[in-house]
Design a protein around this ligand. Sequence first.
Ligand SMILES: Cc1ncc(COP(=O)(O)O)c(C=O)c1O
Length: 376
Amino acid sequence: MKLFDVYPLMPVTITKAAGARLWDDHGQEYLDLYGGHAVISIGHTHPHFVKRIKDQLDQIAFYSNSVQIPIQKDYASKLAALSCLHDYQLFLCNSGAEANENAMKMASFATNKPGFISYSGAFHGRTSGAVALTDNPKIVAPCNAREDFHILPWGDLEATEHILKSKKIAGIIIEGIQGVGGIQVPSAEFLKGIAALAKKYEAKLILDEVQSGFGRTGRFFAHQWVDGLMPDLISMAKGMGNGFPIGGLLISPDFKPAYGMLGTTFGGNHLACAAGIAVLEVLESEKLIPQAGILGNRLMDELKTIPGIIDVRGIGLMIGIDLDRDAGPIRTELVQKYHIFTGSAAGKQTIRLLPPLNIEWNQLNSFIVALKEILH
Ligand SMILES: Cc1ncc(COP(=O)(O)O)c(C=O)c1O
């Protein structure tokens, strides 16, 4: 059987990984500054992560959400402690798109309205509602297109208020930091502005922290850099499971649950929760969240001095680098000659960095040295 060919693939077969290091089937070592789309938070095959999952496998891997699953409550307590969002309620699912889809459902149920707002450059996933709010017409099938979904100019509070006045908008969704869009950091004024407008027009604010959450920016969630911002809903995935598929939705205490509103077969299964707890434990014990902030700032300072780089954006270890030329050939050279993986973004000249949070400075420095040599 042939695989359905939907991805352009690099000619590399990864067979082993540890921390920020990867090895291919010829034993060649690579440095991972991309974490497989921002997924690897605590480092590949972290021993604590591996042990927790193996131990759980020996007990039970899965049972459906029809019985008591105490490990879900353990996960929720640990998440509350690390994120400081003690009052929110947790719904566990399997991916980022699913988390956003459920966020939209919650906003729509609560407001009894159908429409949504997102912003230019947004990426919220590929499922029906999430893709309709993603700013890439190529991936929106005709059955997903929605006239009451509005992708507005980034930062435009006036346009936001204009659409909210229609009284048909259930929610506004925005990434904590835009990832696929090229690491665009929303200003505090913009985030506070849409939060205030959402409140005024009885819509819900959804923070998509799928890529920017779980400590990557030096705070648990990227929006927590904005003092006092309390979203109605927060979607998460990627770094949450360090490679084990798990997603989740944080739901503010204003929402009252009812049976049947949300549901999932696999979400919150024992194995996923064990993986998720291991991630939280390592983030805490190895102090990876403040470390991400420190390493990221140091890296960005160094990158800003390199000729050929025209802009460096981001917070912590979520970094976008704009070059004075196309990034494609540079990224290829980084892989082929220097054995360093980086990410692309919507902009042709942008390199995206999303390394594991336990990466070491000498590893980041080897990227600086390589990039200087290539751009020279
Ligand atoms: C900000 C953001 N939201 C949602 C998604 C979708 O997540 P998933 O691929 O797990 O469905 C992504 C994936 O790249 C993302 O970056």
